[in-house]
Design a protein around this ligand. Structure first.
Ligand code: CP
Length: 307
């Protein structure tokens, strides 16, 4: 049966550990894997902009001996035809498909209509490949994350949902310090299950960063809304609500936080994060960006039965 990665609910904790273990192995010895996916093609389909997701998948596929093809909605026929038909045609050229879409239901429809793995490259609810890369980066910068304190600062969103999944599956405690959640990202089932593990909490009290081993943040406004004139009023409102949750050196010093600083990027300097936090000695933001590539290489091997 074909395995997809639409969100991290589907992945067992042992599988997650195996994927991350393989990612470290590939990072240490990439030459050993340089022909593992020789002749294979990854088709990448984007409905939204990207720097890291496109680059990490495309270069990752190159390093595995395969080839990545970039498609977007604007320059293909996907937007003017039935998705069901377009994806069945795309499948004829692809060994694996990665898609960044506006709605999770698009990924579900894709997966239902093809017999090759479909990977979620970020939707409104989840960013599972970011979650796997983040777990790798936390392990790389602190060893086993079991028992570690992870704090998510800012807005409850798609990236934080996937971080909840990886942390609770790997035994880390995760606290989302959030005044609000982005309404379209809310997944109550995920939150309730996470709470049952005893490893997930929500708070509005920023002093929780005091004992954090890792502090993550992300944009307060999703990428597709940043320049949308219809969203400007809401954007202004959010800036006021979220500014007290900005990740900056002053707040880290105030609470004596020694945790590593993480951001999935792109960073919006002066909004959710400041320059002094990005360039802080505890920042591991660029390792985080790099590890997207190694961890996604391992993920593709896993989904293609090549681990
Ligand atoms: N973190 C992340 O997904 O980056 P991009 O939006 O640049 O792909």
């Amino acid at each position: 049966m074909v395995r997809h990665l639409l969100n991290l609910k589907e992945i067992k904790p042992e599988e997650l550990k195996d994927i991350i273990g393989k990612a470290f192995e590939i990072k240490k010895n990439p030459g050993k894997y340089s022909e593992t996916l020789s002749g294979r093609t990854l088709v990448m389909y984007f409905e939204k902009t990207s720097t890291r997701t496109r680059l990490s998948f495309e270069t990752g596929m190159t390093k595995l001996g395969g080839h990545g093809v970039f498609l977007d909605k604007r320059t293909t026929q996907v937007g003017i035809s039935d998705l069901k038909d377009e994806i069945r045609a795309i499948e004829r050229y692809a060994d694996v498909i990665m898609a960044r879409v506006m709605k999770h239901s698009t990924l579900v429809e894709m997966a239902e209509n093809v017999n090759v793995p479909v990977i979620n490259g970020c939707c409104e609810k989840y960013h599972p490949v970011q979650g796997i890369g983040d777990a790798m980066t936390m392990i790389e910068n602190g060893g086993d994350i079991k028992g570690k304190n992870v704090v998510w600062l800012g807005i409850g969103n798609n990236v934080s949902n996937s971080l909840i999944n990886v942390c609770t599956k790997m035994g880390a405690k995760i606290t989302r310090c959030i005044p609000e959640k982005h309404p379209i990202s809310v997944d109550e089932e995920l939150e309730n299950k996470a709470k049952e593990t005893g490893l997930y909490e929500e708070t509005k009290d920023i002093s929780c960063i005091k004992n954090a081993d890792f502090v993550h943040t992300d944009t307060w406004v999703d990428m597709e809304l940043i320049n949308d004139p219809k969203f400007q009023k809401e954007r202004e409102r959010r800036l006021k609500v979220f500014m007290p949750y900005q990740l900056n050196k002053k707040i880290l010093d105030k609470y004596g936080c020694k945790g590593k600083i993480m951001h999935c990027m792109p960073c919006h300097v002066g909004y959710e994060i400041t320059r002094d936090a990005i360039d802080h000695p505890n920042s591991i933001i660029f390792d985080q960006a790099e590890n997207r590539m190694w961890s996604q290489m391992a993920l593709m091997l896993f989904l293609l039965g090549k681990m």
